[in-house]
Design a protein around this ligand. Sequence first.
Ligand SMILES: O=C(O)CCC(=O)C(=O)O
Length: 351
Amino acid sequence: MPALENSLPVIDLSSDSEAVIGQKLYEAASTLGFFFIEGSGLTQEEVDEVFRLAEKFFATPAEEKQKFPITKNRGYSSFKQEGLDVDRRENGQKKGDPKELFNFAPFAETANPGSEVQPLPPTFADSRETIAVFTERCHKLAQRLLEALGLALEVEPGWLSSRHALDRPGGCTLRILHYPAMADIEGPDDEIRAGAHTDYGSMTLLFQREAQSGLEVLSPVTGEWISVPALGPRAPGQCAPIVVNIADQLSFWFGGVLRSAYHRVRFSTAAQRTGKDRYSMAYFVHPASDVLLEPIPSRVIAAAIASAGESLPENKSEKEQRNAEVRRTVIDGRVLTAGEHLARRLALAFS
Ligand SMILES: O=C(O)CCC(=O)C(=O)O
């Protein structure tokens, strides 16, 4: 593989044992909390197929999209409806992010038995199967990553994957995103297209389109924003490297040893003036709603906490400290469930 011009580690899933992969994941997850994976078995063709559907959907008239408004984290969220940066909103800047999105629940036959079937816009009517299969493949990949991480941390095999079983009701979501070109931007505030935030679940798989960059990660070391490149496919039959990030609930479970890093999407004024849209897709992996977010029993984690003490990543970034309240999963001495934690974060993003 040629070297990558980027500051994120790349972990190849095709050439090492699960134990070695687990160690690499642990290293990446406990430092920046963001990394690329390749060799996952997902193909560029299947990723492109969902991107094509996304482009088609976002191009439909606003009134058609508005017929499926986001409720319970499912459906369409229009331009500036969601605002991800809690600081921004608390500072009285009520404007949401200049982007639109659509959230799908996993609707494979096995997923969320007994829950309502999500109504879908006509664009997706014939593509239910495509989306269901893609979602399931993303979930399977996430389960593999979780188990490999668990291996490195001496967590009992199956402990993590059983808490993320797709047939248990939970918050897993496939999100398609569209950042339309804004040639006439009003000021620097408009450069931020998705406000700085951490993700709410366990981990996120993010798919970007080649050369449509904009994603940035807050470095815990320098406090600077690091730009994440939007790479193309690097091996025949394989999709482009997938960005993976650790989210709040996994970070909590692992006692703050794994980093749930702040990230955002920013286009410089110059990039905005090129008039190009950006599309991305995120698969948000969540534990089942009734899972209690108690710290995971792991000897390795206990040892890491003891030796890191005050220098644990959770204690480093100023933004993380300021927003510890929003991210915490224990309130008044009571441990929240995954479902309660998600509901709390969504209420802030859509208020
Ligand atoms: O579009 C991206 O690259 C990131 C999206 C994201 O972070 C989110 O929707 O939570």
